[in-house]
Design a protein around this ligand. Sequence first.
Ligand SMILES: [Zn+2]
Length: 390
Amino acid sequence: MQGLDLLWLLLPVAAYSGYQIGRRGSERSSGERFSRFSQTYFKGLNYLLNEQPDKALEVFLKIAELDADTFETQLAVGNLFRRRGETDRAIRLHQDLYSRPKLSSEQRTIALLELGEDYMKAGLLDRAEALYTDLLAIERHAPSALRHLISIYQQERDWKRAIEMALRLRRGGVEGMEAVIAQFHCEMADAARAAGDPEAARRHATDALAAHPRSARAHMVLGKIARGLGEAETAIRHYEKMAEIDPDFLPEILAELIRLYEQRGDTQRAEAFLDLMMQRDRGVAALLARSAMIERTRGGSEAVAFLAEQLEHRPSVRGVLRVLDLSFPEDAEDPPEAVPLIRDLLRRLLERKAAYRCSRCGFSPRAMHWQCPSCKSWGTTKPVHGLSGD
Ligand SMILES: [Zn+2]
C-alpha cells in the first residue's frame, strides 16, 4: 500500500483519538498519556513519510491497543488489515466489533458494511450476498447493498438476479441503469447463442433493446443471430443501426457487413453506407473498406489516388500500408529495395499497438470486452483510433 494512502486513512483516527485521549487526560488532570500517544503517533507518521508502511502499521496498532474502546479507531485498523490483504484479521476484528453490546444501531450497521467489504475482498461471495440481502431491509443502505449485490451477481454471472437488483436501483431513482441492464440481457443472449439456441438469444437481445433502445451491443447481437439464421436483410439492418448508434464499434462488424452486402449484390447500398461512415467514423475502417471496393470496380491506381487524398485528412499507418501494398503488391518482382523494409516496419508498428482501450481506466486489452476486465465498467472498452489505430 502507498504510504500516502495509509496516512489519509489514519489522519482522522489520529485526530479523533488525540481528542478523546486529550479529553480523558484533562479529566484525570494528566497530560502524560496524551503525550505518550502523540509521540507514538508522530513516530508512525515518520515511518509513513519514509515509505515504511509495515512499521507504520505496527505503530498504529499500538495506538489502537491504547485506545481499544473507540469504535472509529478499531474501524480504521480493520480497514487497514483489509487493504493489506489480511482479510482473516479484518473479518475477525469486524465480527468482534459488530457483537459489542454497547454499539448504537448506526455503528452496528457500519460494522456490518465493513464486514461485507471484507467478504468481498476475501472472495466469500455467499456470505457477502447474505449480508447485503439483510442490509436491503434498511432503506438508507439499500442503494449501497444493491450495488454490492449487482457486483456479486456479475462475478457469478447470475445475470437474471443482477437485472433484478439493477431494476430495484432504478426504481429507487438511480439514473443511467438502462445501459447496464441492456448489457446484462446481452450477456444472456451471448450465452444462449454459445449454447446453440438462437431463438432464446433473440428473446434476450430483444429484452436488451426494450430496456435500452440505443444499445449498440444489442443490435450487434441481433445482427449476428440473423446472419447465423441466414436472414441477411435483417442482419444488415441491425449492423447498420449499430454503426449509426456508435461508429466507434464499426471495426467489430464491418467485415461481416461487407460480405452480407456482397451476398445480396447491394453494391450501391454498401457504397452509400461506407460514404456516410467515413464522415462519422474516427478510425479508418470505413475508408479502407471503401478503397477496397474502388480497387475491385475501378482498379488499383484509382484506389491509391482515393486513399492518398483521404489520408491527407486523417493520417493513418494502416492507410499508408494499404497504399504501399496497392502500389507494390507483395508478389511483385523486383520491387524497389526500400519497399519490403518499409512494409516490415509499418507492420511491426501496428503489432505493437494496443487494439482496444478502456476510456474509464486506460486498460488496453488485445481483444474486445464489453465489461472492462480491469475497472469492471460496461461499454467503455472500444477499438483504438488515431494514427496507428484501426
Ligand atoms: Zn476500465
